[in-house]
Write a protein that binds this ligand. Structure first.
Ligand SMILES: [Zn+2]
Length: 257
């Protein structure tokens, strides 16, 4: 069972710290369009789940509530967007890290399910390490090895990488079918941009998703399936769990959604 900070009392937290539980995982999501078939809170649902499962697999971490707002300006032009400047998110994380250090936390693990948060995470990590020497800050972000593993799962099932997609495609839709099928509208799912994801990244960075896809989808969500979503999520939990165990932080890279 995870030690969920928002569901604990302060004496329980005090006892956890006294027992040597001094690591907090802070999940970071976003509120941004995810095509006509997935909810705006998709990344927050995924972040909270991944952090909760990592916490459940180990008894030595506390799990903070997921932050539902991230840096999502690449989704400008789609209704429903709630986005922060990189500096705002960096300051928010820095503020929380300082407070955590004051009540005994010694390691803050940032787990983001939204690629656009990467720059803010890096800024917060650098700042906290300068300001709060007692606090180690680690960033769990997707790595090449993890991406290869996810591609392998897709390939085994005959799903092409460009259909898995970078945003609201087969990948995220499969995960949401496993996590919150009640919020997935498969009858509204349509193929989005399904050309080369590698080729489209510079355009996305420059002009945002609206310039590339009318529906907001990159990939083909119609191919999604809940069982594969469970396997994608299990691979991420396994990969992040290993990083946590060996104490290696993934180098942060700029990613798209
Ligand atoms: Zn997403």
């Amino acid at each position: 069972m995870s030690l969920l900070l928002a569901e604990m009392t302060w004496p329980e937290v005090e006892r956890a710290i006294a027992a040597g539980i001094t690591t907090v995982i802070l999940p970071l999501g976003a509120t941004e369009q995810h095509g006509p078939h997935l909810p705006l809170g998709t990344d927050t649902v995924r972040a909270a789940f991944l952090a909760g499962q990592l916490g459940a697999d180990r008894s030595d971490v506390l799990v903070a509530p997921a932050l539902p707002l991230g840096c999502s300006d690449e989704h400008t032009g789609f209704p429903g967007l709630l986005s922060l400047d990189h500096e705002t998110l960096a300051r928010l994380i820095t503020d929380c890290g300082q407070r955590m250090a004051a009540w005994g936390i010694r390691c803050l693990v940032l787990l983001s399910a939204h690629g656009g948060n990467a720059r803010a995470l890096e800024r917060a990590r650098t700042r906290l390490q300068e300001q709060v020497s007692a606090l180690e800050v680690r960033v769990l972000a997707s790595s090449t090895a993890l991406n290869e593993e996810l591609s392998e799962i897709a390939a085994t099932d005959g799903i092409a990488p460009d259909d898995v997609g970078l945003h609201a495609g087969e990948g995220e839709t499969s995960e949401m079918l496993h996590l919150r099928p009640d919020l997935v509208h498969m009858d509204r799912a349509v193929a989005g941009y399904t050309g080369s994801m590698a080729d489209v990244i510079p355009r996305l960075r420059e002009a945002g998703l609206r310039a590339v896809t009318d529906t907001g989808t990159l990939g083909d969500p119609r191919l999604a399936c809940a069982t594969r979503g469970r396997r994608y999520l299990a691979a991420q939990i396994e990969g992040y769990g290993q990083l946590l165990a060996i104490g290696t932080a993934t180098p942060v890279r700029e990613a798209v959604p």
